[in-house]
Design a protein around this ligand. Structure first.
Ligand SMILES: [Zn+2]
Length: 378
């Protein structure tokens, strides 16, 4: 009974928050029309042509299309939680995407309780017997450590306190990395990695933020139990995407590589961090051009510079001092030939005891209903 009351209360709260938004249900999820988004953010009416749409105003240009999960905000690519949908001659975005991407990106200064940044935790991926991705010009663990050490130097000059999860070629178990980071107040966590594709051809940079509760990870179409679990990182959903935005656009400016977008995953290091956390993939170890760049000092210095600029931009964004700019060095199209290499998911945690299949369906609906109403207030 208490559970039923709690659910009812959550639904009523969600409905109250949703006032002013037209909610359309589609595949059990809540969607809102583009017109509501432009009204709310005081943008010009949507410019729709076939399946594509452009929203402009307030220093922003947002482009996307129905049937697609790609959304460009000021030329920075986001992979939406769910496809934009076309229905009854209108285009809709999932309420989850409005709440978890558009809102924190449009108004980072309104993120509640976002703290100032004084400490930056840099996490060079892998180490010791775990080399990470290997390419013709070296191993991921070495490139990641070198970039982190270069970033540390210039972050400190800029006045930040910097802590490294590893400063030498040592193996640090994954769970120790966020555990270490969680000890610091006013801190952010930046994990530095490089990619590898199974086939030759994968190229470009990507930035990962924790997938919000109820959103499938990038490589999954359907929800699984672990997608419904609440992780420590979920307390920072808004900060995570704001940090991913500043960092990814800075990387696009400094590293002349293909933009693979800002994506969602449940990698352990970002999942268990209680401070804003992201994971960067700075190019492919086994791509001819990427690997040449990654091996060069100029690229590693540029990467370090991008980290510093990303931290500065995040800091001013959450302080409400947003600068609008378009990344100047965007290389347009992603490489369509290769799927991004995603780390193997950690073994699924055993689900909380449930009675039947129906319970699973019900909890999916509860998560979708309770979590996806736009909770954006003026
Ligand atoms: Zn890695």
């Amino acid at each position: 009974m208490r559970r039923a009351l709690t659910v009812l209360f959550v639904l009523i709260s969600a409905a109250a928050h949703a006032a002013g938004w037209t909610i359309m249900m589609h595949e059990g999820r809540r969607y809102v029309p583009l017109e509501d988004v432009t009204d709310f953010y005081k943008l010009n009416p949507p410019d729709v042509s076939g399946n594509s749409f452009t929203l402009t105003g307030q220093g922003r240009t947002i482009r996307g299309s129905a049937g697609s999960r790609e959304l460009l905000i000021n030329s920075v690519k986001y992979i939406l939680c769910f496809d934009a949908v076309s229905k009854n001659a209108q285009i809709y975005l999932s309420a989850m995407d409005v709440t978890k991407i558009i809102e924190p990106v449009m108004r980072p200064g309104k993120i509640k309780n976002a703290t100032d940044v004084r400490t930056v935790i840099l996490d060079p991926g892998h180490g010791g017997h775990d080399s990470g991705a290997r390419g013709p010009l070296g191993a991921e663990k070495d490139a990641a450590l070198d970039v982190a050490l270069r970033a540390k130097k210039i972050l400190e000059i800029a006045g930040y306190s910097v802590r490294l999860t590893r400063a030498t070629d040592t193996f640090i178990p994954l769970e120790r990395r966020p555990a270490f980071a969680n000890k610091f107040p006013n801190a952010i966590f930046v994990s530095i990695h490089f990619n590898k594709s199974n086939r030759i051809g994968g190229t470009g940079i990507e930035t990962y933020a924790l997938a919000p509760r109820g959103v499938p990870s990038m490589d999954e179409e359907n929800l699984s139990y672990s997608d419904l679990k609440e992780y420590p990182g979920h307390g920072k959903d808004a900060e995570n995407i704001a940090l991913a935005t500043s960092m990814h656009s800075s990387m696009l400016r400094h590293l002349r590589l293909v933009d693979r977008g800002i994506k969602r995953a449940r990698f352990l290091v970002i999942r268990d961090a209680r401070i804003p956390a992201i994971l960067l993939e700075g190019g492919f170890m086994n791509h001819p051009n990427d690997s040449r760049q990654i091996a060069s000092t100029a690229f590693r210095d540029a990467f370090a510079q991008a980290v510093l600029e990303g931290v500065n931009r995040y800091k001013s964004a959450v302080a409400g001092q947003m600068q609008y700019f378009k990344p100047s060095a965007v290389v347009a199209a992603t490489d369509p030939t290769t799927a991004p290499e995603l780390k193997p998911r950690t073994p699924p945690t055993p689900p909380a005891p449930v009675g039947s299949q129906t319970d699973m369906a019900q909890s999916v609906n509860e998560a979708a209903g309770a979590l996806s109403g736009p909770r954006v207030e003026n």
